[in-house]
Design a protein around this ligand. Structure first.
Ligand code: AMP
Length: 191
């Protein structure tokens, strides 16, 4: 199963990603988590990514694409993977297309979690208190939402036009949302 999980900041992608990936026995690959791990370890990649992340900007495509390519090449991703937070730009979509077709597979589904704007803000403010992420301040949250609308939201129509879009209502309790994702994906024939 090769899946991507999309949705605006605060939609609950990270929470759902691990549950969905476990269900299908594939790794959940979160570009944000990989960047954060590199920042805290002070690697070269982390140093490159940090100032973009702190400002709520996207890390440049060439850095992100290479990182994803290397991660997808790991043996645990051979049976499939769930990407959380990638692709976010049309250039990343093209790159991912190349990575997947190179292995002779196809993308099974692009899942998008839909959540009301008010609920998104409430969730992000809650997360700011519990997780203390450097990019969960009001200004940075606003910038991340702006970038999502401009750069990433258009990808929803792109995947719809390809017939792989799966829209899931992301409102409500975590477990209810997970069940909706399972129900939507369980009827998709695996490639
Ligand atoms: P996330 O945890 O998905 O909200 O990502 C946190 C931050 O990591 C983002 O605000 C970006 O700075 C960076 N990031 C994560 N994924 C990508 C991506 N696909 N392209 C560019 N930057 C990314």
């Amino acid at each position: 199963m090769r899946l991507i999980l999309m949705g605006p900041p605060g939609a609950g992608k990270g929470t759902q990603a691990t549950k969905v990936a476990d269900h299908f026995g594939i790794p959940a690959i979160s570009t944000g988590d990989i960047f954060r791990a590199n920042v805290s370890q002070g690697t070269e990649l982390g140093i490159k990514a940090k100032h973009y992340m702190d400002a709520g900007e996207y890390v440049p495509d060439e850095v992100t694409n290479l990182m994803v390519r290397n991660r997808i090449d790991e043996p645990d991703a051979a049976p499939g993977f769930l990407l959380d937070g990638y692709p976010r730009t049309t250039a990343q979509v093209e790159e991912l297309d190349g990575m997947i077709s190179f292995t002779g597979h196809k993308l099974d589904a692009a899942v998008v979690l839909t959540v009301d704007a008010d609920e998104l803000v409430a969730r992000l403010l809650q997360r700011a208190q519990t997780e203390g992420r450097a990019d969960d301040t009001e200004d940075v949250i606003r910038r991340r939402q702006e970038l999502y609308t401009k750069e990433t939201e258009p990808l929803i129509e792109l995947y719809r036009s390809r017939g792989v879009l799966v829209e899931v209502d992301g409102m409500g309790e975590v477990d209810e949302v997970t069940e909706r994702v399972f129900a939507a994906l369980d009827i998709i024939p695996e490639s």
